[in-house]
Design a protein around this ligand. Structure first.
Ligand SMILES: Cc1cc2nc3c(=O)[nH]c(=O)nc-3n(C[C@H](O)[C@H](O)[C@H](O)COP(=O)(O)OP(=O)(O)OC[C@H]3O[C@@H](n4cnc5c(N)ncnc54)[C@H](O)[C@@H]3O)c2cc1C
Length: 346
């Protein structure tokens, strides 16, 4: 997809810090490492693209109920109206009503949380603190959370947040007051001169993050996309790419369903196979790394701080430019090379 003006700016550099802040890993090179968007503007732009392609947008109404009939689906909206269709796509986020209707939804055990604040700031201030490269900062396990804190400078906004990658019902995260963690993180950023000292902490917003994909993302006359299906990078929490990629795959499967006039669960199961073949293998491999968030040692980050190639690979995997499934052996070889190099140099 062309960017259609939806991308606000790019970050061309960044630092990753371990909890001790003893060292930092710098992204090598000058290439963009992240594309920044303003979420409202981005979502509005996507709606416009959909309308231009023939979609009808029904704003201000919410799906209340979905019923599968033998030859159609009936979707009831909060204004009392119904939409009759051959198929329904649940792209309604982490707490998907559609997924719930068909018993496919996430249970609370598989949910976590991210908190965020976005501040409008002048380009001059952003240039001073983050340079024209809009350097971003990531703090691993900040304040002991099983996740990270981030500082993402955009063109004229600063986005600061924390993500936790552990079920909130688990003790280590559940015991923490995340608003307090967020507030302390802001103080830490100010103390280290990463953000302006006069930045005010306003209303902190939070939202759910699915931790794993659902085991089943389809049923008769229904497909689930994006967060509704739990399709998210389980290490970084990024889900916009997977929401769009799964939407595209769903569109292809539905086109096939229309051609074959077949909307059965058996026919639609090819959706799950296709997203697994596409990005599902990456999600599965990344899920093995989520344990890192609760481990004490940060060997990987420490070694990456000593080796540009390892850093470049890890960043590529995190921002999606590199498939971990395709590059897993290369990554493992580089890790072992740097590990033993360090061991024998002692
Ligand atoms: C604080 C935070 C920061 C994040 N940062 C990043 C990031 O930097 N990069 C990244 O890639 N991902 C990020 N994510 C994850 C990302 O936001 C999601 O993965 C992504 O938005 C999923 O898109 P989606 O379309 O599946 O769901 P959503 O974006 O949640 O969209 C679902 C839509 O469905 C609508 N809806 C819900 N219920 C109903 C209903 N019953 N009827 C009608 N409409 C309904 C909602 O209003 C919403 O518009 C972040 C998440 C959080 C919580």
């Amino acid at each position: 997809m062309k960017d259609e003006g939806l991308i606000e700016s790019y970050s061309r550099g960044g630092f990753v810090y371990p909890p001790s802040l003893d060292y930092k890993v710098e992204s090598p090179g000058n290439e963009p490492i992240a594309a920044m968007i303003l979420r409202e503007k981005f979502d509005d732009g996507l709606v416009k693209l959909a309308i231009d392609s023939g979609a009808t947008f029904r704003d201000g109404r919410v799906v209340e109920d979905v019923t599968i009939h033998e030859d159609s689906v009936s979707t009831k909206l909060t204004d009392g109206s119904h939409i009759e269709s051959q198929i329904v796509i649940g792209a309604d986020g982490a707490w998907s009503t559609v997924a719930k209707q068909f018993g496919l939804h996430q249970n609370h055990e598989n949910m976590s949380i991210a908190l965020v604040q976005e501040y409008p700031l002048s380009s001059k201030t952003l240039d001073t603190f983050f340079t024209e490269k809009r350097i971003c900062h990531v703090h691993m396990k900040v304040q002991g959370i099983a996740g990270y804190g981030w500082v993402f400078p955009k063109k004229q906004h600063l986005n600061i947040g924390i993500s936790v990658f552990e079920s909130l019902s688990k003790k280590s995260s559940g015991e923490k007051n995340l608003k307090e963690v967020f507030t302390n993180y802001i103080h830490l950023l100010k103390e280290n001169n990463i953000i302006p000292d006069n930045l005010k902490i306003g209303k902190i917003k939070g939202a759910a993050l699915p931790l794993y994909p659902l085991s089943k993302t389809f049923t008769d006359r229904c497909l689930l996309c994006g967060d509704a299906a739990g399709l998210i990078n389980p290490v970084s929490g990024e889900g916009i790419y997977y929401a769009m990629a799964s939407g595209e795959i769903a569109a292809g499967v539905i086109a096939d369903a229309f051609n074959a006039d077949e909307y059965s669960e058996r026919f639609l199961s090819s959706y799950q196979k296709r997203w697994k073949d596409d990005f599902g293998k990456d999600i599965k491999l990344l899920m093995r790394f989520t344990k890192q968030w609760t481990k004490e040692n940060d060997k990987f980050v420490e070694l990456a701080s000593k080796d540009e190639k390892l850093t470049a690979m890890a960043l590529g995997i995190l921002h999606g430019g590199i498939s971990i499934h395709e590059q897993r052996w290369k990554l493992a070889r580089r890790y072992l090379y740097v590990y033993f190099k360090e061991l024998f140099s002692k």
